[in-house]
Design a protein around this ligand. Structure first.
Ligand code: NFS
Length: 644
C-alpha cells in the first residue's frame, strides 16, 4: 500500500488515504505502488496501430550512438511512432473538450429555440460580444437607421453558426481571427488553419492508421491544426456559450478541500465537466422545495461540493466549494459522509463504483456516453428537455440516502478560503486602465518590472508524483519571483486547497513587486480563471495583453510561459500543443510521452520555437521547472528591451 505522506502533499488527503487503508478500501494511490508503467509505452515508442504489432522499440541503455536504426514491422521509425501516438493524444484531448463544447452548443440551441424552460440566455452582454466573432450581426438597418437587432434572433443565429463550426464543409474556424493578426497570419503561412473541429480529429485518425503519414513533421502539422481547433474552437466555444447560458464569472469567495463537506448536512458531490448538469443541480438544491425536503429528512441542509472541472464551473459561477482534485475523488466517498456522487463525463475513475460499494454512497452516472459496468451504479440520463426533473430526482436521491449513513464518518477538518471567478473581463476591470478594453495597468506593471511576467499553470494530478506538491511548488516559486499566475483545472483546485487563491497570500509568498501590485489592486497573486476548457480565457487574456500595447505584436512576444506540473490526461497534451502553437513556451512535469524518440522530441522542444515562437519542454523537478519558465520570461523581457 501507499505511504500516505509520500503520496500526497495535502494533509486532508493523507488522512483519507490512511483511513482507506485502515478500512481495507483500495485507492489509486495504492494501485500506483503495485502497478508500474511500461517504460516503452510511457516514452511513446510502442506502436499498436495494427495487428502485426504491438511493435516496441525501446531506447537502448546508454542511448543511441550514430544512426537510429530501430524500426517496426512496417519500417515505422521511432519518430513516426512517437509522433503518431502524440497526435492521437491530441485527437482524444481535442475531442473531449470539443464534444463537451458541442453538448453545450446543443443546449444553447434548445434555449435559443425556447424548447426548454430550464436554460435561458442569461448573459446578453456576452452574447453581443461573441456574436460579431461568429459573423452574426447585432444591429439591423431599417429605413436608413441602424437599430439593435432582436436578442432572440441573435441567439438563434449564434447557435446555428456555432454548431456549424463542428462540421461545416468549407472555410475555416471563425474564432481564429480573434488571435492577434500576426498569429493568424503565421498559422495561415504554416498551413494549420483548422477547417472545422470534427474534421481535424478525423484526419488525425486517418493519418495515423497503418501506412499513411510517415513524416513526423507532417504528422505534427496536423497535430497542431487539431489542437488549434480545440483551443480556439471547441474549448473557446464551450467557455463562451457557457458564459452566455449561465453567466460570465465574476470574482467571488468560497472554500476548498475535503473539509467543505458537513457532517450534519446531506453531502452531494458533483464530479465531471459539463456545467449543463451541475447548473441544474445547483439551482434545484438551492430551491425551497428541496431545502424543506431535506429538513424533513433530519439534515440541516444540502452541502454541494465539486470535484474536477465541474467543481471549477460551479465555483466560478455560484461559489459552490471545491471538494478536491482528480486524485481526491475516491477519498470524498471514503469520508463516509458522501450521500451521493453524481458524475457526467471525463476524469471519472471507474474505481469510484468499487469504493462506493464499501459505503452507503449512491453513485449516479448521467451521460449517455459515460456509463459504468458495476451493478451498484445508478444511471439517470440527463436531458435538457426535462433537466429540472432529472436534477430533482438526483438531489432527492441524495437526501433520501442521508438516513442510511453509517456511524463511522470522518471528514478531514482541512479547508482554505478561495477567491475565484476571474476572466478576461474581470482581469480587465481589476488590472485595466481607465479606458475600456485595455489591459494597460497590467502591461504597465510588466513593463516597469513590478510584475516580471505571466505564468499559466494548469492541468491534472498524476499518481506518479506526489499529489499537489509539484503544483504548489511551481506556483509558489513563480510568485516569489514576481510572476503573476493564471490557473485552471486541478492546479486551480490545488492552489485553492493550499490557500494561495486569496489576496492575503501576496504578502506571505510574493516577491516585492507582485506583492505591491496585488495589495494595491486587491487581487490574489494566483488568479483562478476556471476549468480546463477555460484555458481559452487565458488565450484571450494574452491577446488582450498584446492589444493593450508595449509588449510586442504577438502572443509569442509577451513575457509569459505555460506549465502543467502534474499532467496526466490526453486533454492536457492537446492544451499544451495549442498553447505552444499560440506562441507560448510550455513546460510539463512528471513524465513526457516522446522521450523514447529523441529526434522527434527535439523537434517539439527546439524546432517549434523557430516555427511558432513557442515550444515544449519537460522538467519533473518543480523548482527547476519554475526557473525554466522564469528564464524564458526573462528572455522575452530582454527581447522587448524591458529587462532590468
Ligand atoms: Ni483538466 Fe478537468 Fe483535472 Fe486534468 Fe481532469 S479535471 S479538464 S483533465 S484531471 S485538470
Amino acid at each position: 500500500v501507499a505511504d500516505p505522506v509520500a503520496a500526497s502533499y495535502d494533509v486532508a488527503t493523507q488522512e483519507m488515504i490512511k483511513r482507506a487503508q485502515d478500512l481495507g478500501v483500495e485507492t489509486c494511490f495504492d494501485r500506483a505502488v503495485t502497478l508500474k508503467p511500461c517504460n516503452i509505452g510511457a516514452t511513446g515508442i510502442c506502436c499498436k496501430n495494427c495487428g502485426m504489432g504491438p511493435c516496441r522499440l525501446p531506447l537502448p541503455k546508454g542511448g543511441i550512438e550514430g544512426e537510429d536504426t530501430r524500426k517496426g514491422i512496417c519500417g515505422a521509425s521511432p519518430n513516426t511512432i512517437a509522433a503518431r501516438n502524440f497526435i492521437r493524444m491530441i485527437a482524444a484531448g481535442a475531442s473531449a473538450h470539443s464534444d463537451h463544447g458541442r453538448c453545450v452548443a446543443e443546449v444553447f440551441m434548445s434555449a435559443a429555440r425556447k424548447e426548454t424552460d430550464a436554460y435561458q440566455i442569461k448573459d446578453i452582454q456576452k452574447l453581443l460580444q461573441i456574436a460579431p466573432c461568429l459573423d452574426v450581426a447585432i444591429t439591423v438597418e431599417k429605413d436608413g437607421e441602424v437599430l439593435d437587432r432582436d436578442i432572440d434572433e441573435i441567439a438563434l443565429e449564434v447557435a446555428e453558426v456555432a454548431l456549424n463550426e463542428w462540421g461545416k464543409a468549407e472555410g475555416e474556424l471563425k474564432y481564429l481571427k480573434r488571435a492577434p493578426a500576426p498569429r493568424y497570419e503565421l498559422w495561415k503561412k504554416m498551413g494549420v488553419l483548422p477547417r472545422n473541429i470534427d474534421r481535424e480529429v478525423v484526419e488525425i485518425m486517418h493519418r495515423t492508421h497503418i501506412g499513411v503519414d510517415q513524416d513526423y513533421k507532417n504528422l505534427m502539422k496536423q497535430g497542431t491544426r487539431c489542437a488549434i481547433a480545440d483551443g480556439w474552437g471547441g474549448s473557446m466555444l464551450a467557455t463562451d456559450l457557457q458564459d452566455v447560458l449561465f453567466g460570465t464569472p465574476y470574482p467571488l469567495q468560497s472554500e476548498a478541500n475535503l473539509g467543505v463537506m458537513k457532517k450534519d448536512h446531506v453531502n452531494l458531490v458533483i464530479h465531471g465537466h459539463e456545467p449543463v448538469l451541475s447548473e441544474m443541480i445547483v439551482a434545484v438544491a438551492q430551491g425551497q422545495e428541496m431545502i424543506d425536503y431535506c429538513k424533513q429528512a433530519g439534515a440541516k441542509g444540502i452541502q454541494l461540493s465539486g470535484i474536477c472541472c465541474t467543481a471549477n464551473e460551479i465555483l466560478q459561477r455560484h461559489g459552490v466549494p471545491l471538494c478536491g482534485t482528480f486524485l481526491q475523488q475516491e477519498l470524498a466517498i471514503i469520508t463516509g459522509a458522501c450521500d451521493a456522487m453524481v458524475v457526467d463525463i471525463q476524469c471519472i475513475m471507474q474505481n469510484l463504483a468499487n469504493v462506493a460499494k464499501c459505503f452507503h454512497t449512491k453513485l449516479i452516472t448521467t451521460h449517455p456516453i459515460a456509463k459504468m459496468e458495476q451493478d451498484n451504479v445508478i444511471h439517470i440520463e440527463f436531458d435538457e428537455h426535462h433537466a429540472i426533473e432529472d436534477a430533482k430526482r438526483i438531489v432527492k436521491m441524495a437526501i433520501d440516502n442521508y438516513a442510511n449513513r453509517g456511524e463511522d464518518v470522518a471528514i478531514p477538518q482541512h479547508k482554505n478560503p478561495v477567491i475565484a471567478g476571474f476572466g478576461v473581463e474581470s482581469i480587465e476591470y481589476h488590472l485595466g486602465g481607465s479606458f475600456r478594453g485595455s489591459y494597460y495597468t497590467l502591461n504597465d506593471n510588466i513593463i516597469n518590472g513590478r510584475i516580471r511576467g505571466i505564468g499559466a499553470v494548469v492541468g491534472c494530478n498524476n499518481v506518479r508524483t506526489r499529489h499537489n506538491y509539484d503544483h504548489i511548488t511551481v506556483v509558489k516559486e513563480l510568485i516569489k519571483n514576481d510572476v503573476i499566475v493564471l490557473t485552471t483545472g486541478c492546479n486551480a483546485i490545488a492552489c485553492g486547497m493550499e490557500g494561495l487563491l486569496t489576496p492575503e497570500t501576496a504578502q506571505v509568498f510574493c516577491g516585492p513587486g507582485l506583492a505591491e501590485v496585488c495589495e494595491t489592486v486587491g487581487i490574489p497573486p494566483v488568479l483562478h480563471v476556471g476549468s480546463c476548457v477555460d484555458n481559452s480565457r487565458i488565450l484571450l487574456a494574452a491577446t488582450e495583453v498584446v492589444k493593450a500595447g508595449g509588449l510586442g505584436k504577438d502572443i509569442s512576444d509577451v513575457p509569459a510561459a505555460g506549465s502543467a506540473p502534474e499532467w496526466m490526461s490526453e486533454k492536457a497534451i492537446s492544451i499544451g500543443q495549442y498553447v505552444v502553437a499560440s506562441g507560448v513556451y510550455t513546460v510539463f512535469g512528471t513524465t513526457f510521452p516522446t522521450s523514447g524518440a529523441p529526434v522527434f522530441q527535439k523537434y517539439l522542444f527546439e524546432d517549434f520555437e523557430k516555427m511558432y515562437g513557442g515550444m515544449w519542454d519537460f522538467e519533473p523537478d518543480p523548482i527547476k521547472h519554475a526557473h525554466k519558465m522564469i528564464a524564458h520570461i526573462d528572455k522575452k523581457r530582454a527581447a522587448l528591451g524591458i529587462d532590468k
